[in-house]
Write a protein that binds this ligand. Structure first.
Ligand code: GAL
Length: 355
């Protein structure tokens, strides 16, 4: 995936600069609008490139926009893509509440809307496709508590405007709360990292360590980016590799940290499976064909807010819990991350064989 990912990244960078890229227009071709929250997390530019490539291969036009964590800008970009005549929108929401306005307006204007990976909180969307997000959180909880089952725990949530962050926390607490209830675990800090920003996570973790006099036994972090930020703070106190910490996304840097014994675990979500589903679904919707494999979920269940009204057709892909024991089989052998990059700083005689 690495060489491929570099190419993808290069392609995606063009989006970041141009923020608007259209395929060679074909008369009557389907037009898909891709709306990204940001390109700061490794997966998003990769998914932009993967989806664009898949769409082009099917003769479908793509317009891609990136909102750089600006929820208002994302709404403007969505309105603009509707004006440009897209048939379908695939939206990675910066803010699941605010984006509902633009998504519902697009839906009312006859544009099919797919909430991609992150929920858009309105029943006026045509599908929500993602991974099993609560299970992501459970895997993180299991990964950390398998190493340390008692003591002072730090809960480091993701962006509070991302519904996934809420679901990850729900899953994490499925595992951690019973330990709190029996008095084994004390949650000494419970924080959310705006924008999933690594530098934010570093600052938050520094402050927690200071406030706790370094008496932290485990960190349940919600993705690789924020975990690696927190790890920098742990490292500065000589605690990296001693205090277990969870991640998510099986990023190159995250997997490298796992094989080096610092990040305890990550959650592998195969975006190579979600992207073709999104594009095929978008094409089916544009052609007004029936889409199979979707199941209705209430927004109340999806958001954990009981008063939310309405339901949404959904599809969730499974996830894989990854640590030093299976990172090679799951992530390297499957070509998701490159052997050379992940084992770069491991002496040659201590590496597994090249796949
Ligand atoms: C979440 C997503 C994660 C992670 C995070 C930061 O919504 O599910 O995979 O990438 O955003 O962008």
């Amino acid at each position: 995936m690495k060489k491929f990912a570099t190419v993808l990244l290069a392609v995606a960078m063009v989006f970041a600069v141009a923020t608007n890229l259209t395929a060679a227009p074909k008369k009557g071709a389907i037009k898909i609008g891709l709306s990204f929250s940001d390109f700061a997390t490794e997966r998003w530019p990769q998914e932009a490139a993967l989806m664009t490539k898949l769409a082009f291969a099917k003769g479908v036009q793509v317009i891609s926009q990136v909102a750089n964590h600006d929820a208002k800008l994302q709404n403007d970009q969505i309105d603009n893509m509707v004006l440009q005549g897209v048939n379908v929108l695939i939206i990675i929401a910066e803010d699941g509440d605010s984006v509902a306005t633009a998504a519902a307006a697009a839906h009312d204007a006859g544009v099919a809307v797919i909430a991609y990976d992150r929920l858009i909180k309105t029943p006026k969307i045509d599908a929500y496709i993602s991974f099993d997000n609560r299970e992501v959180g459970r895997a993180q909880g299991r990964g950390v508590t398998a190493v340390v089952g008692k003591g002072n725990f730090v809960m480091l949530g993701g962006s509070p405007t991302d519904n996934n962050a809420i679901l990850f926390r729900q899953g994490q607490m499925d595992v951690v709360q019973p330990l709190v209830d029996k008095g084994a675990v004390k949650i000494v800090a419970d924080q959310w990292v705006d924008n999933w920003d690594q530098a934010n996570a570093l600052k938050i973790m520094e402050n927690i360590l200071t406030a706790q006099n370094n008496k932290v036994d485990a960190v349940v972090a919600s993705n690789d980016g924020t975990a690696l930020g927190a790890l920098q703070a742990l490292k500065a106190q000589g605690l990296a590799g001693k205090v277990p910490i969870s991640g998510q996304d099986a990023t190159a840097a995250g997997c490298k940290s796992i094989v080096e014994g610092e990040l305890t675990m990550t959650v592998f979500k195969d975006i190579r499976k979600l992207t073709p589903i999104a594009i095929d679904m978008a094409i089916q919707m544009a052609n007004k064909q029936k889409v199979s494999g979707l199941k209705m979920y209430t927004l109340a269940d999806l958001t954990t807010v009981k008063t939310m009204k309405g339901s949404v057709p959904c599809m969730f892909l499974p996830v894989v819990q990854v640590d030093k024991n299976n990172v090679y089989d799951e992530v390297i052998k499957s070509g998701f991350q490159s052997y050379d990059e992940v084992y770069r700083d491991i002496p040659a005689d201590q590496r597994p064989p090249r796949p």
